[in-house]
Design a protein around this ligand. Structure first.
Ligand SMILES: Nc1nc2c(c(=O)[nH]1)N[C@H]1C(S)=C(S)[C@@H](COP(=O)(O)OP(=O)(O)OC[C@H]3O[C@@H](n4cnc5c(N)ncnc54)[C@H](O)[C@@H]3O)O[C@H]1N2
Ligand code: MOO
Length: 390
């Protein structure tokens, strides 16, 4: 059995070179920017007022000073003249500051009668002007790789980038295996259950910017598995669920090997998730997840998510760890890295009492996987521990 870190390193060696495509800005949210993009314009393109008020000369600002209003500058409509001594323009937020003016007095600090304004007694030194290029300048870059969040999309829009180079969304074939499985909505026989991991994993993948494709459930016999694995061959990544352990009906490794799979590793010193397998089948990376529902989804977080991020050109990094104080004491850990389903609260992190890898109710109630290294000694409440937010 290899360590989680070693398994992840071997998995990253299977990551294919990401491919780029261009998409409309509206479709770029959540995708990974694949090339640096460069602003073709400056923002704001001119010194702009940040408030509604009057534009005038800073040197003339003093208590009770009077100015003549000679025009108006609004957003989208500049004032074409020049503001001279003793003059001002009405100005609104976002408007270009007129020639000659270098200060905006907010209207709350002004009394206006006809074309004349009188300043109040406490104007302050803030000019209320956003300099040209205060946000960004032509030539500034948004650097790749980067998963584009809503603020990034707004920034690209402001830079006038209508089409965005992004990594192609990896197509991921998900193959559930087992005679006991039926799809949600179907009527299970007396010995059957509903395929659940499949859907949890598809949801994880969709949230990572991949395109999950559910294959028909493969039955626990070689022809069915072989047919299903052959169907998966056009994907960028094949994920199988179940049939990974040592039982008589656990056939995935054997059938995949028969089809020419080059195995990178099988079995990882972790809990849950021990019978994890990975390799390449027909040139396509393949990850064989254990069937137990929590095992499959924990492996989804610890292995599939970093892999799919790397497939989109993001750095090859393990799931990010956070730290929190333990709310309760814990006994020592065994030889496998333990990903304990846990809850964060005001007094720290608490692992659930029940850690069986079949319990989806416990996983659904968890917001953290408390990570315990192999042979981690007993811990007392208050000690800092690492966790993966989920
Ligand atoms: N003698 C041993 N037995 C087992 C070992 C072992 O080391 N020695 N390892 C255990 C561990 S740990 C795990 S994890 C499981 C993994 O088993 P498989 O990957 O072969 O998975 P299955 O046997 O096919 O299924 C296990 C369990 O999960 C249910 N399942 C499977 N697929 C789905 C799905 N898509 N949705 C919902 N539930 C699913 C399945 O019905 C079984 O209950 O092996 C242990 N055994
Ligand atoms: O490793 Mo299994 O995944 O413990 O249930």
């Amino acid at each position: 059995m290899i360590s989680v870190a070693e398994a992840l390193a071997q998995l990253f060696a299977l990551v294919p070179e990401p491919e780029t495509e261009e998409v409309a800005l509206r479709d770029a949210a959540g995708r990974v920017l694949s090339r640096d993009v460069t602003a073709a314009r400056t923002q704001p393109p001119f010194p702009a007022s940040s408030m509604d008020g009057y534009a005038l000369r800073r040197a003339e600002v003093e208590p009770d000073a009077m100015f003549k209003v000679i025009g108006e500058a609004a957003a989208g409509h500049r004032f074409d003249g020049t503001v001279g001594p003793g003059q001002c323009t009405r100005i609104f937020t976002g408007a270009p500051v007129p020639e000659g003016a270098d200060f905006v007095v907010i209207q709350e600090d002004v009394t206006r009668r006809g074309d004349l304004i009188t300043l109040g007694r406490d104007i302050g030194g803030k000019d209320n002007i956003r300099p040209a290029g205060g946000d960004f300048s032509a030539g500034d870059k948004v650097a790749a790789p980067r998963r584009l969040n809503p603020a990034d999309i707004a920034l690209l829009a402001a830079m006038n980038i209508a089409r965005v180079p992004v990594a192609q969304a990896p197509s991921v074939a998900i193959l559930a295996t087992g005679d006991e499985l039926v799809m949600p909505g179907e009527t299970p026989g007396p010995d059957q259950i509903i395929a659940s991991n499949t859907f949890g994993l598809a949801a994880q993948l969709a949230a990572l910017g991949a395109q999950p494709r559910l294959l028909p459930i493969a039955r626990d016999n070689e022809p069915s598995l072989r047919a299903a694995l052959t169907l998966a061959g056009t994907a960028d990544l094949i994920i199988t669920i179940g049939g990974a352990s040592v039982g008589d009906h656990d056939l995935v490794a054997g059938v995949a090997a028969g089809l020419g799979m080059e195995q990178s590793f099988y079995k990882v010193a972790m809990r849950p998730g021990k019978p994890l397998m990975a390799g390449r089948l027909g040139g396509v990376p393949m990850i064989g997840l254990p069937g137990n529902p929590v095992s499959a989804l924990v492996c989804g977080t610890v292995f599939v998510a970093p892999f799919v991020r790397a497939m989109q050109g993001l750095p090859m990094e393990a799931a990010r760890l956070a730290a929190a104080p333990l709310a309760v004491a814990m006994p020592g850990n065994g030889p496998r890295e333990h990903y304990m389903r846990a809850r964060l609260g005001e007094d720290g992190i608490t692992p659930f009492d029940r850690q069986d890898s079949s319990l989806l109710t416990v996983l659904a109630g968890a917001d953290a996987l408390l990570v315990r290294p192999p042979h981690d000694p007993a811990r007392v409440a208050g000690e800092m521990v690492c966790y993966i937010p989920i």
